[in-house]
Design a protein around this ligand. Structure first.
Ligand SMILES: Nc1nc2c(ncn2[C@@H]2O[C@H](COP(=O)(O)OP(=O)(O)O[C@H]3O[C@H](CO)[C@@H](O)[C@H](O)[C@@H]3O)[C@@H](O)[C@H]2O)c(=O)[nH]1
Length: 317
């Protein structure tokens, strides 16, 4: 039985990745930190093994990798919320970069042929010119946040460890993704939760928003974890791949879709604290390289993803 290690297994993508791998009969081991919340993986606890590991600590990571010797690593643990990276840039950079270097160093030290997927991001493209969409992998990277810088560093470290040491690293540059269990800070979940709370009478019928003009390319998380699996089956080591839907909408259009699922009358109000020092205007991905290599295409329509997300928040008391 093949063994997969998922870093950040208790997170949004990690929990969906675990579900996907279990269905494929893969043994699943995951890292958590002592203060990780377990609500996303409670239903899986019989079937997975959890190991407490601080990824920033090279010694913990070395003993984890040395003991487990996984066939696959899905490296999903990260500080993934863009605004947090402005409040505390060094924490984001340290967390995201050091954690990954420690994994690479441990795999190298034990001379494992582990296949490693690393979660890079479309945020790396940053400032995109109108004639550059849909964005291909060879587009210049013009990062607009410390988070984007941390992901560029992860991305290029993946390239470098492949070139220098032959590590089997596949770099997935994932565009926005959402679905049930998405953290409530992120825009899709934040709006869906506000609407669900209004429906329950828990708050006044006003939805607070930030920049509604930004355009984003959303893929369902369940399509994304299937892409990560295929990346390690058929992806070229050292290569980077866009994971995207190939279409985008404004945040306003996404909000209108959510509101169309609700019967309550809701006022929209801008909350200035939700605006960012610089916001990426448009992310629209060309995923043809990944499609040609793996045959992957997204399957779940955006309308279903957003309805599932709203129903997820409606399911809480
Ligand atoms: N979070 C949030 N964003 C808002 C809001 N109102 C408008 N927005 C806008 O909605 C867009 C999406 O914001 P997020 O959901 O926070 O995601 P992101 O910054 O695009 O980053 C996500 O996608 C990246 C891939 O492109 C991921 O790498 C990253 O981890 C994250 O999932 C941004 O343009 C943001 O300004 C709000 O109330 N809250």
């Amino acid at each position: 039985m093949a063994k997969a290690l998922i870093t950040g297994i208790s997170g949004f993508v990690g929990s969906h990745m675990a579900e996907f791998l279990l269905k494929k009969n893969i043994e699943v081991v995951g890292t958590i930190r002592h203060r990780s919340r377990m609500n996303h993986i409670e239903h899986l606890l019989q079937d997975i093994r959890l190991i407490e590991c601080e990824l920033r600590d090279p010694f913990s990571v070395e003993s984890l990798i040395g003991e487990e010797k996984p066939d696959y690593i899905f490296h999903l643990a990260a500080q993934s919320f863009v605004p947090t990276s402005w409040n505390s840039p060094i924490d984001t950079i340290h967390n995201n970069v050091a954690g990954q270097v420690n994994i690479f160093e441990a795999v190298r030290r034990f001379q494992l042929d582990t296949r490693i997927q690393i979660a890079c991001s479309s945020e790396e493209y940053g400032q995109v010119e109108p004639d550059e969409v849909p964005i291909r992998e060879d587009n210049p990277l013009r990062p607009l946040s410390p988070y984007a810088i941390s992901k560029m560093a992860q991305d290029y470290l993946g390239y470098q460890y492949y070139k220098s040491f032959g590590l089997h690293v596949v770099r997935t540059r994932t565009f926005n993704h959402t679905g049930p269990r998405r953290g409530e800070n992120f825009v899709t979940s934040n709006f869906a939760k506000q609407i669900a709370d209004i429906e329950k009478g828990k708050r006044a019928p006003i939805i607070y928003v930030g920049n509604l003009e930004a355009k984003r390319d959303f893929t369902d998380v369940r399509d994304v974890v299937r892409a990560y699996w295929l990346a390690l089956q058929n992806g070229e080591p050292g290569e980077c791949y866009n994971i995207a839907s190939g279409s985008c909408c404004t945040i306003k259009e996404m909000l209108e879709l959510l509101l169309s699922y609700s019967n309550v009358q809701i006022e929209i109000k801008e909350d200035p604290t939700r605006l960012r020092p610089s916001d990426v205007e448009i992310l629209l991905g060309d995923y043809s390289r990944f499609h040609q290599t793996t045959g992957w295409t997204p399957e779940i329509p955006f309308e279903k993803t957003m309805l599932d997300l709203l129903n997820y928040w409606r399911s809480f008391p």
